[in-house]
Design a protein around this ligand. Structure first.
Ligand code: 4AD
Ligand code: MG
Length: 447
């Protein structure tokens, strides 16, 4: 409606009478006063109803009736509220409204999520309503700010959005966690990453990125895993692995800065340590070779807080290792040059050391762990073909991908960022399930 304003904008209307469309999140009252906690998706704030004001405006009978109606409004009733905005130094939000009129739009009967504490399963079963809570609103606003900053970064740095398909005839990452579906009598897979298609895009258009849902039939029940999540992949020709890390670092900093600039209300709601976020923008990220990280893990083993399993050179990290490493460095850290044995077939070996590949995982600090996986890609046709065969992949599924090495192959690199991992880290929340509107996990596909 044209004459409505948003709660987040009330600061621009101090002393003025405005109208707001909102839901009643909570309510309290005493005598002639009712305190309404209103929410409209942009913010929460308080509107105060004073009975004598209602009587003055509507007369004794109608004013009293209106006040009684307001007094009995139930949680999540939708309303148009008219009133005068004033500054309120006592509230954290800083503004409140003196109500002059209120009109009910839609009733709400026995809203299940009451202001008391509810268990996770109950909240997950009511995700369609849980999204209305203040915390969930704030996390979604941060998600939005990250998406915005992401598009902005890619546009400013010469990237073209190149949409990769969701249905695919081949695996992009590994064959163990593929979701398979029937494609007119033949098997097809839900995309695990747009990367391979983006490589074709990079050879056609230069710097490209995609952003879309990807799927992994991962049976992991951790606070970091979803079976459906959103990934931003980027790919660029004529770029070495080190230059690729520069791009990734600038990208992650741009997203954090974008949230600091455009989602300060949400960060405040979540009580996120913004000084720490600013530090990550202002401090160079660390770059540490995998083998050095293994040495450090071994050296600290058994210390307080270092209760992870022993690892040898050549072993992959588990969640506890990632958590510990990401705490140890205190800033986002690229762990570089992992063993080829557990990384994807398309990664280029480190020159002179075929056991290691030119790749990096970016680990977020504060225990959040991996948010980006990236690498320089193998450019040689024969070597790539060898890797495809070695990993037991069907050569005929990858013929189109191998073609890219036949016709003007060039050095190129790229990365993929897991949006929900980034949101969880920037929002400072505990579990990835809150970072996406409707999380899909091992035992959860509803609502
Ligand atoms: O490290 P990954 O598997 O890398 C790729 O898929 C590459 N093809 C990307 C590329 O080079 N273009 O996944 C990339 C990121 C991870 O760093 C992580 O942030 C996220 O995707 N991710 C998940 N997020 C939520 N749930 C899961 N199950 C995830 N698996 C990976
Ligand atoms: Mg990875």
């Amino acid at each position: 409606m044209k004459d409505l304003i948003s709660i987040i904008d009330v600061k621009n209307y101090v002393g003025k009478e405005v109208k707001i469309g909102a839901w009643l999140a909570d309510k309290s009252g005493k005598g002639k006063l009712q305190f309404l906690q209103l929410r409209d998706g942009t913010a929460f704030f308080q509107a105060v109803v004073f009975k004598p004001n209602m009587i003055e405006k509507f007369g004794e009978e109608a004013g009293t009736a209106k006040f009684e109606e307001i007094k009995h409004l139930s949680q999540e009733t939708s309303v148009y509220v008219t009133g005068t905005i004033k500054e309120d130094s006592r509230s954290k939000f800083g503004y409140e409204m003196d109500v002059t009129d209120l009109e009910v739009i839609g009733e709400s009967v026995e809203y299940p999520i009451t202001p008391k504490d509810h268990g996770t399963d109950f909240l997950m079963d009511h995700r369609h309503l849980w999204l209305r809570s203040k915390r969930q609103m704030a996390i979604m606003q941060i998600r939005n700010a990250i998406i915005y900053a992401s598009y902005d970064f890619f546009a400013k740095n010469g990237f073209i959005k190149f949409d990769s398909p969701i249905l695919s005839g081949n695996a992009a990452e590994n064959t163990t966690d593929l979701f398979e579906t029937d494609y007119f009598g033949n098997p097809a897979f839900l995309s695990q990453s747009g990367q391979l298609y983006l490589e074709a895009g990079a050879m056609a258009l230069g710097r490209v990125f995609d952003f879309g849902p990807v799927f992994r039939a991962e049976k992991s029940k951790t606070r970091r895993h979803l079976t459906e999540f959103w990934m931003m992949d980027a790919e660029y020709p004529f770029v070495s692995h080190d230059e690729s890390l520069d791009i990734q670092e600038a990208y992650v900093k741009a997203m954090i800065q974008g949230v600091l600039d455009n989602a300060s209300y949400a960060l405040d709601v979540l009580e996120r340590d913004t000084a720490a976020l600013q530090k990550y923008v202002d401090t160079p990220f660390k770059r540490v070779p995998y083998d050095e990280v293994i040495d450090i893990l071994q050296a600290h083993e058994g210390e307080e807080g270092a209760d992870y399993e022993h690892l040898e050179h050549g072993d992959d990290f588990g969640s506890p290792h990632e958590t510990w490493i990401s705490n140890f460095y205190g800033v986002p850290t690229f762990v570089c040059n992992y063993p080829a044995s557990f990384k994807a077939f398309y990664m280029k070996p480190v020159p002179g050391n075929p056991e290691r590949v030119l790749c990096a995982d970016l680990l977020a600090p504060e225990g959040y762990g991996e948010i980006i996986g990236g690498s320089e890609r193998e450019t040689d046709y024969e070597k790539l073909l060898e890797k495809v065969k070695e990993q037991g992949l069907a050569v005929e599924d990858y013929d189109w991908y191998l073609d890219l090495r036949k016709y003007g192959s060039v050095p190129h690199a790229g990365f993929g960022l897991g949006l929900e991992r980034m949101v969880t880290f920037v929002a400072g929340t505990e579990h990835i399930r809150e970072a996406i509107p409707f999380p899909r996990m091992l035992h959860r596909i509803k609502p």
